[in-house]
Ligand binder design. Structure first.
Ligand code: G3P
Length: 250
């Protein structure tokens, strides 16, 4: 069991939105299952509600994943708490970030993605920092975002917590400015991760956690070129592939 970022096994298996191949994404059901499946960490998406609470939801709108409608930021927490994903059960409602951190951090590390992409200057980074501090889980989390401003603002509030810069494609524009954005990891999409790039990122002192990898062939390729971890919907499959790769080094 990895109790801090430094102790994460390499390559780490990070349950993307929880064990989302098996349970509705970003619900306590998916996060608790990832714990039982012995993932090394979980990843989740944090957003603000209309009344400033931090909830866990990927999309801006709740339409795709729940039985409700509308934008997260236009509902209060009380309104959102009535909706659920997949089936009506105590562990499938839209969770507060606090609930997930309390449930998961005794067992696993949590990667919090700051997903305030539609409202990049809201105070999500400060809210998340305050919550992490209040719950005393600073050792058990790392924070990432595609939004460099959010990373910058989070790091200003809690410089001791590692941050990861999410990249959709080869970073011609953003990456040259990387010196301005405090980050100890790169979180790239798998489609542009090559052995040379991994070496380059490692030489720059960054860890490399790749998203979102669900095909065994792609998992094998990434494990063989030495990435530090992958985000996957299926932690069981990734652990199986990792064992096979370790058993047959090239
Ligand atoms: O944080 C890894 C991955 O979740 C990033 O992509 O679109 O799922 O937020 P997305």
């Amino acid at each position: 069991m990895a109790l801090s970022w430094k102790e994460l096994p390499k390559p780490a298996v990070i349950a993307h939105r929880g064990a989302s191949a098996y349970e509705p994404e970003n619900t306590l059901a998916a996060f608790n299952l990832a714990v039982r499946q012995h993932a090394d960490a979980v990843e989740l998406d944090a957003k603000l509600t209309a009344d400033g609470r931090v909830v866990v939801m990927h999309d801006n709108s709740i339409d795709r994943t729940t039985n409700g409608h509308g934008l997260v930021r236009e509902h209060t927490w009380e309104e959102l708490s009535k909706f659920y994903s997949g089936r009506s059960a105590p562990d499938t409602h839209i969770p507060l970030l606090a609930e997930v951190l309390e449930a998961v951090t005794p067992y696993l590390m949590v990667n919090i993605e700051l997903t305030n992409y539609a409202t990049p200057f809201d105070n999500l980074p400060q809210r998340v920092a305050a919550l992490v501090r209040k719950l005393g889980v600073a050792e058990r989390v790392w924070v990432s975002s595609f939004n460099p401003v959010a990373i910058y603002r989070f790091a200003a509030a809690m410089p001791e917590i590692p941050t990861g810069l999410l990249l959709k494609s080869h970073p011609r524009l953003i990456y040259p400015l990387r010196g301005l954005i405090p980050h100890r990891a790169i979180h790239p999409h798998f489609s542009f991760v090559t052995s040379r790039r991994v070496e380059k990122w490692h030489r720059a002192g960054k860890r490399v956690f790749v998203y979102t990898v669900n095909e065994p062939e792609e998992m094998r390729r990434l494990f063989r070129i030495g990435v530090d971890g992958i985000f996957t919907d299926d932690p069981i499959l990734a652990q199986k592939v990792r064992s096979e790769v370790k058993a047959t080094p090239r």
